[in-house]
Ligand binder design. Structure first.
Ligand code: NAP
Ligand code: F7E
Length: 341
């Protein structure tokens, strides 16, 4: 495929924070397929995900750095000399954010400030114009003030994570307005995939269903199964990130499917995938998994993104859940040493 060219006529260069996460991997694959030179920030002196990165994305240039260390971010900017920066790094697990509120604030909120400052200073020194993407979240809507949620819905976060994302969101807008930076914020609703971390409910369910079906686990314990989310496929959502940065004018966009489903419906589809119609004997709930403040229902309206750059989700809720269960069946069968059913 022909490379997309940057200002200098050379292939475009992208710097991604959070490259080892679900979205970082999908986004890297997308940008590499378009001919980008991709640079990824990797934290820690012995990050266990370094080997995975080398195996899955061997052509990505890895730069050591941490969102808690602004000098490392400025160094990363100098090495990568990016046309586009995607700030995906965060402490992203909502439940964990109550247990580690200071860390969540420092990384998920403070990291955005350090990234924006690094981009601003790099632009000043190099004279190059950089486009910036901030990974904002539907968690910012929290106790929702309007249904469905749009770019102008009042934000009412319900967790330290949500509050940190609100800070990053408004700071991104502020840098756009203060310094005329090409800084965009994608307000992405929940998006999942076989690469989703096992701490999140969709993957927790798909993995447990696979294990129950293979006789490796008896039951699954969950928290609030009445919560409803607007779940899409991560592969579709990273396309939206890329498209946002291709617009002449930076802006903020909701990315969502426009459908909402409860955890119970997730269980219906996941268990049906392995031929179990009644999941109740296999699922228990534990109040220890309830959150101090819950986000009861999310449903987004992505009309602005559709009108601006034609973005639409391609993978349905049912296909997404089935894809995740089939992937976990293959992984669990392999680990247990027998063929996938
Ligand atoms: P994820 O899988 O949890 O990945 C988070 C990434 O952040 C990992 O690469 C992690 O690195 C990195 N990170 C954590 N602390 C860091 C630090 N101090 N310095 C540098 N990097 C650090 O998250 P995701 O699902 O891909 O989401 C990507 C972004 O979108 C996040 O900002 C998330 O909050 C946001 N978001 C996600 C969703 C969703 O539904 N997935 C929806 C809206 C917004 P390690 O691997 O080394 O821990
Ligand atoms: O929870 C309920 C839980 O942890 C979804 C992150 O990517 O999306 C994600 O945040 C719902 C909640 O995702 C369990 O109470 C019930 O209502 O999968 P989750 P999340 O909190 O919506 C947003 C958009 C982000 O930005 C975040 O970074 O499921 N739930 N029982 C459970 N959740 C978990 N994790 N585990 C349970 O056992």
């Amino acid at each position: 495929m022909a490379s997309v060219l940057g200002e200098s006529g050379a292939p475009k260069r992208a710097l991604i924070t959070g490259i080892t996460g679900q979205d970082g991997i999908y986004l890297s694959e997308l940008l590499l397929s378009k001919g980008y030179e991709v640079y990824g920030l990797l934290r820690g002196q012995n990050n266990p995900k370094a080997a995975m990165l080398e195996e899955v994305l061997p052509s990505v240039h890895v730069i050591a750095g941490d969102l808690l260390d602004m000098s490392s971010l400025m160094r990363a900017m100098t090495i990568a000399q990016p046309d586009e920066v995607y700030n995906l790094g965060a402490v992203s697990f909502v439940a964990y954010s109550w247990q580690n509120a200071r860390l969540t604030t420092d990384v998920t909120a403070g990291g955005v400030l350090s990234m924006l400052e690094s981009v601003r200073l790099y632009q000043e020194v190099s004279g190059k114009r950089v486009r910036f993407y901030q990974a904002s979240s539907s968690e910012m809507f929290g106790k929702v003030q309007h249904v469905p949620q749009t770019e102008s819905t009042l934000l009412w976060p319900r967790s330290p994570y949500g509050v940190a994302k609100v800070y990053g969101h408004y700071l991104t807008i502020n840098y756009r307005e203060s310094y005329d930076m090409h800084a965009s914020s994608g307000i992405l609703f929940n998006h999942e995939s076989p690469r989703r971390g096992v701490e999140f409910v969709t993957r927790k369910v798909s993995r447990a269903v696979a294990r129950i079906s293979l006789g490796l686990q008896d039951t699954l314990t969950l928290g609030n199964i009445d919560a409803e989310r607007d779940w899409g496929f991560a592969g579709d959502y990273v396309e939206a990130m890329y498209l946002m940065l291709q617009q002449d004018v930076a802006d903020d966009y909701v990315i969502a499917t426009g459908e909402t489903h409860s955890i119970s419906e997730l269980l219906d589809v996941a268990f049906a995938t392995v031929g179990i119609d009644d999941w109740k004997p296999y699922v228990q709930t534990d109040t220890a998994l309830l959150r101090p403040a819950e986000v009861d229902q999310l449903i987004g309206d992505a009309t602005k993104a559709r009108n601006a750059f034609g973005w639409e989700p391609k993978v349905s809720f049912k296909d997404l859940v089935e894809m995740m269960v089939h992937n976990d069946l293959a992984l669990q069968s392999r680990d247990a040493g027998h063929a996938a059913p």
